[in-house]
Design a binder for this molecule. Structure first.
Ligand SMILES: *[C@@H]1O[C@H](CO)[C@@H](O)[C@H](O)[C@H]1NC(C)=O
Ligand SMILES: *[C@@H]1O[C@H](CO)[C@@H](O)[C@H](O)[C@H]1NC(C)=O
Length: 266
């Protein structure tokens, strides 16, 4: 599969925009070769949330808030080991139960928004996502009654058509002493492993801390209009800094969302 990647880099030197087109041969997996198995399914088990809500919980460990409960139409999940200390927040997985009697081949694609485990499960799906693995509504009722089912899963690209990567400023942020935010609508199959904020005036950059889940913070945010940089890393160690076209404005506000003006498919 040949993937064409398009990035926008904000050129700090003269404040003009340079559009860089980069073509990369990302992967050539085919079952016939089988040298790498990132597309293979892993056997595990999955349970579902016991709350009455269909969707996830807005107190999910990733820190996504209510977005984490309803993103992807509510097809979200808590992960145990795959939570990876918060690095796994926002990653997408295809999960399918393995009973040929109840389950579809396709299963469901979920986004990790929370941490949780129990009964040897890798995933605790929302009831909505759990039932979407079933062939019929009767089968869905049977799966729910079982509570925990055998599944297989694999990481897949996240897809948010018509959405740019968006920054949601934490409610507890307060200029100039604390800035925290989460990153919404990250497409693709990579992890965001580092985030920098740079002053657009004198180019001073600051590496942010991952305080928990998907929440990036700093106690002394740079001043002025801020240019964001996100490091996307894949499991093979390939890394790519992405610099959005839009800056976070100087007068950023707690609770606000800011469209970065870019999307990736890494
Ligand atoms: C679940 O999420 C969907 C999709 O965002 C939303 O339309 C629905 O209102 C949510 N349901 C509840 C109970 O919050
Ligand atoms: C994404 O950003 C571009 C600018 O880079 C803008 O033209 C477009 O409208 C944005 N898309 C959405 C869905 O907001």
């Amino acid at each position: 599969m040949l993937c064409h990647l398009v990035f926008c880099f904000h050129c700090l030197c003269n404040s003009s925009y340079i559009l860089l087109l980069s073509t990369a041969l990302v992967s050539m997996h085919s079952p016939a070769h089988g040298a790498t198995c990132s597309d293979c399914f892993t056997q595990s088990r999955a349970a579902h949330y016991r709350n009455s809500d269909e969707n996830g919980t807005d107190i999910g460990a990733c820190g996504f808030g209510s977005f984490g409960a309803t993103i992807h139409g509510g097809d979200v999940s808590a992960a145990s080991d795959l939570y990876r200390n918060g690095l796994g927040c926002g990653a997408c997985y295809q999960v399918r139960c393995t009973s040929g009697y109840y389950c579809t081949d396709k299963g469901v694609t979920v986004v990790i928004t929370d941490q949780g485990s129990g009964h040897g499960t890798d995933f605790i799906l929302t009831r909505r996502a759990f039932t979407r693995m079933a062939q019929t509504s009767d089968a869905a009722a049977s799966l729910l009654a079982l509570g925990v089912v055998d599944i297989e899963y694999r990481r897949v690209s996240c897809s948010y058509p018509y959405k740019n990567i968006t920054i949601k400023i934490d409610e507890s942020s307060s200029s100039p002493h604390y800035l925290g935010f989460v990153i919404w609508y990250q497409q693709g199959k990579r992890d965001i492993t580092a985030v920098q904020l740079c002053e657009t005036q004198n180019f001073v950059c600051k590496l942010l801390d991952r305080s928990y889940g998907a929440v990036w913070t700093t106690t002394s945010p740079p001043s002025g209009s801020l240019s964001l940089r996100m490091l996307f890393s894949d499991e093979d160690g390939d890394e790519e800094w992405v610099v959005p076209v839009n800056n976070i404005p100087q007068d950023w506000k707690a609770g606000e969302t800011y469209d970065t003006g870019v999307q990736v498919n890494l």
